[in-house]
Ligand binder design. Structure first.
Ligand code: ADP
Ligand code: MG
Length: 368
């Protein structure tokens, strides 16, 4: 089932008396394709949870509509929307067994949906098998690890065979190893069930690894909707470029002068002529080539060896961040006692952004 958001907006009154309203979700207008896993990604406070709560019906929109396929669900109460919800804190009932926790949502079914105890238990086992906790059905939450508790919460969300699965930072309370494992599980379960899923996270790596499509948000506004690789390779603006990628993209202030790109006074790239303008220049860590004739002249700080590759830490007076991090092959030799290191650049790893709007500026590298 696909989900369509039409001009969806949510404003909250300011928490202080004089302050302006907060627009937590600003005019969202896009379609979530059926059967896919969508990552809602952005920093804390950008409106991810609010967006999810609008879709589940826990919040009412200020404006706009929500459709599940052709059905307008905007005014439908949450319990009639057929959504499964999983939150960061698993919110299990501590006094109930795993079995009872999972069957709980089924107990409330009325009329022709009402189930016998046996039916409920069968359904619970099916859901528990999916998340591989069917051996723990008689335990109580306190007897489970965090990862197991979160699986119970996922089974409880799946047991109603929801039309949509909504996950709000479901891995945040897990330690690093479990986080990895559980996110792979979620991906597998989503593939197996084919349920349209929205996965909220502030962790770009998590979103990249799990999503079919990423929605990048900032201050209640959509920045970009694309496949993970595309968001990385083809960021629409400086914010998106900075938000995705570890180590992060390196940002410099510079300028375009006709057919040349400058970082500070260093001429770093020849391009097809375009209008002069001031720019931010973003260079991915893998975009630097150590080259004694290279145009970018940096102060060398350190060379860190990770085994698979080498990381050169340097600085440049026109750099925005504290240091510049470039990643190169481990077999390239760098004189660590040198004061400076020069780079030429891989044009497909270089991005220009207008200094005023911070929107991406296209360019074509000139052939040497
Ligand atoms: P996220 O989940 O991305 O961290 P939220 O959706 O929780 O962000 O919040 C988005 C913005 O809306 C924040 O500025 C937050 O303070 C505000 N907000 C969220 N819920 C309420 C509320 N019930 N009342 C007032 N402001 C709220
Ligand atoms: Mg949130």
């Amino acid at each position: 089932m696909k989900i369509i958001l039409k001009n969806l907006t949510k404003k909250f009154p300011s928490r202080s008396k004089k302050g302006a309203d907060v627009t937590a979700v600003d005019n969202f207008d896009f379609e979530i394709p059926s059967g896919q896993l969508i990552g809602l990604l952005g920093p804390s406070g950008c409106g991810k949870s609010t967006c999810l709560n609008l879709i589940s019906g826990l919040e009412e929109p200020t404006e706009g509509q929500i459709f599940f396929d052709d059905e307008d669900v905007t005014d439908l109460p949450p319990e009639n929307r057929g959504v499964g919800l999983v939150f960061q804190n698993y919110a299990l009932y501590p006094h109930l067994t795993v079995m009872k926790n999972i069957t709980f949502p089924l107990e409330n079914f009325k009329g022709d949906k009402k189930m016998s105890k046996l039916e409920m238990q069968e359904r619970a086992y099916e859901a528990a098998k999916l998340v591989q906790i069917d051996g723990l059905m008689e335990r109580r939450p306190s007897e489970l690890s965090g990862g197991q508790q979160q699986r119970v919460a996922i089974a409880r969300a799946l047991v109603k065979t929801p039309r949509v699965l909504l996950l709000d930072e479901p891995l945040s309370n897990l330690d690093a190893r479990l986080r990895l494992q559980t996110r792979e599980e979620i991906r597998r379960i989503q593939r197996e069930t084919g349920v349209t899923t929205i996965f909220v996270t502030h962790d770009q790596e998590e979103a990249m690894s799990i999503s079919d499509l990423i929605v990048v948000m900032k201050d209640g506004k959509i920045q970009q909707i694309d496949k993970p690789q595309r968001v990385y390779d083809d960021p629409k603006n400086l914010f998106v470029a900075k938000f995705l990628g570890t180590p992060a993209i390196n940002v410099f202030v510079g300028s375009v002068k006709k057919d040349r790109v400058f970082i500070g006074d260093d001429e770093v790239m020849k391009i097809k002529p375009q209008e002069n303008r001031n720019v931010y220049i973003g260079i991915r860590p893998e975009g630097f080539i150590p080259d004694e004739n290279g145009g970018l002249n940096c102060k060398l700080r350190a060379v860190e060896v990770t085994g698979r590759d080498k990381s050169i830490v340097s600085t440049h007076y026109a750099g925005i961040g504290e240091t510049i991090r470039s990643i190169i092959d481990s077999d390239i030799n760098i004189d660590e006692s040198a004061k400076e290191v020069r780079f030429s650049l891989k044009p497909n790893k270089v991005y220009l952004f207008d200094k005023e709007t911070e929107e991406r500026v296209d360019f074509e590298a000139a052939k040497e």
